[in-house]
Design a protein around this ligand. Structure first.
Ligand SMILES: Nc1ncnc2c1ncn2[C@@H]1O[C@H](COP(=O)(O)OP(=O)(O)OP(=O)(O)O)[C@@H](O)[C@H]1O
Ligand SMILES: [Mg+2]
Length: 435
């Protein structure tokens, strides 16, 4: 993929024309794939430059397997302690749920989420490191600005918090340990089945909530270190025009909440790519943008899959999605691995070792003849730093060189003492949970 390592990657997937679109004789197309990384918009209100370039463009013939191929590296990075996000964006009926979930039980038709589970399974099997690996699964939905736990639907107004080891997390969401791919997919299916879905004129199985699947991988090493990576898979509810979806009553109310959170997402993307560079980023304007905070302009590797209809019937929505994607491509994330968690025992050991080092250094500073004790401390002393500066005008004598070395030695010891003190301070702070 061509974008910079830390830039958000944006790929486009066109879905085939559906029956209604191909039966409409007046309907033409609004998108043509030019090559693997660009397409041409041929709909109404086309901008002067109607070519759009992305990290990858998949045409209508693209299989579920091909759509996943470019994502394997992102998924695998979670095993090295990175956070990664894969999010499907697009108007209602454009193929987001098909791309992300597909037919979970069918090997050909399964989407990104079950394939990611399988890929992590392969990564774990290949892992050469001496560590124990634990994978947990959470499934949540954001429905009408409330976060519901789809693995335990009784939990229905969860809050978003920031966790030092895992970044942005949904507090108290069920995190179910999973032992193998089958377990994980079964549990995920159970969660997804509880998601809010309704029929609209645009999509018989329209998602009425944003759904997020979290796969958290923890690697515990023999020395007590724990490394944590989080894969966040987001199937957004689609933006929709009420006249097109023919939504009324509850479905219309859901639609307006969906549009509100998607417009908050657009505002965050605009703020992050503001050329003046200092705009306030309104992450707190919606639950969706808060959940995505470390995926947009944060530390995660992020891939957005823009799902588009190539039909002229949907040209305005398709053009709007392309513009969103171009803007999002400009977001720079500072990809970095999560902080390594240490157990209290390990922190206790680190603290004891640092304290012992402080004591040893203090004793060495006090030792006569070490060049760091009282005899060398005074400016007039033979081993003092001052002495070596004074001697710089004359030719270098062995004794003078030794004086310099002794002076440097003292400051190296003082520096080491300060460093060891700092290490002890941080270990103690972390142990007490205040770092
Ligand atoms: N690439 C594709 N190949 C074949 N069928 C597809 C493809 N993409 C989408 N479809 C079909 O189009 C219909 C709508 O897709 P889907 O439900 O995934 O849309 P969506 O973007 O999730 O919509 P919403 O926002 O309303 O939830 C489904 O019947 C789906 O199977
Ligand atoms: Mg959907």
């Amino acid at each position: 993929m061509s974008s910079s390592r830390d830039g958000i990657q944006v790929v486009v997937r066109l879905r085939p024309l559906n029956e209604r679109e191909s039966n409409n004789t007046a309907a033409r197309r609004c998108l043509e794939v030019v090559d693997q990384a660009s397409l041409q918009y041929t709909g109404r209100d086309a901008p002067a430059n109607n070519h759009f370039g992305f990290d990858r463009v998949y045409g209508e013939q693209c299989t579920q397997e091909e759509a996943f191929e470019g994502l394997t590296e992102t998924v695998r990075s979670v095993l090295q302690g990175f956070n990664a996000t894969i999010m499907a964006y697009g108007q209602t009926g454009s193929g987001k749920t098909h791309t992300l979930l597909g037919d979970v039980c069918d090997r050909q038709q399964r989407g990104v989420v079950p394939r990611a589970v399988a890929e992590l399974g392969r990564g774990i099997a290949d892992c050469q490191d001496d560590c124990q690996i634990k994978v947990t699964l959470s499934v949540i939905e954001i429905y009408n600005e409330r976060i519901r736990d789809l693995l335990d639907p009784a939990k229905e107004n969860l809050q978003v918090t920031h966790d030092r080891e895992r970044g942005i997390v949904v507090a108290n969401a069920t995190a179910q340990p999973v032992a193998n791919e089958r377990d994980c997919v079964e549990l995920m299916q159970r969660g997804i089945a509880a998601r809010a879905v309704s029929a609209t004129a645009m999509n018989a199985g329209s998602s009425r909530s944003h759904c997020v699947v979290y796969l958290i991988v923890e690697r515990a090493f023999a020395d007590g270190r724990i490394e944590c990576g989080k894969l966040c898979l987001v199937d957004l509810a689609g933006s929709e025009r009420q006249d097109k979806t023919a939504a009324v009553g509850l479905t219309a109310a859901e639609g307006s909440q969906i549009n509100k959170s998607l417009s908050a997402l657009g505002n965050v993307v605009n703020a992050l790519t503001d050329p003046r560079g200092k705009a306030h980023v309104p992450f707190r304007d919606s639950k969706l943008t808060r959940v995505l905070q470390d995926s947009l302009g944060g530390t995660a590797r992020t891939v957005i899959i823009l799902c588009c209809s190539p039909s002229l019937l949907n040209d305005a929505e398709t053009l709007s999605s392309l513009r969103f994607g171009i803007r999002a491509k400009g977001i720079q994330n500072s990809v970095q691995a999560n902080a390594v968690k240490r157990t209290p025992e390990q922190l206790g050991k680190a603290l004891a070792a640092a304290q012992a080092e402080v004591e040893a250094l203090k004793q060495r500073l006090a030792l006569p003849g070490s060049g760091a004790g009282s005899s060398g401390d005074t400016p007039s002393g033979t081993g003092g730093l001052q002495n070596s500066i004074d001697s710089s005008s004359g030719p270098l004598q062995p004794g003078r060189a030794l004086g310099l070395a002794r002076g440097v030695h003292k400051w190296v010891l003082v520096g080491a003492l300060q460093l060891a003190g700092l290490v002890a301070y941080f270990a103690a702070a972390e142990l007490l949970g205040c770092a």
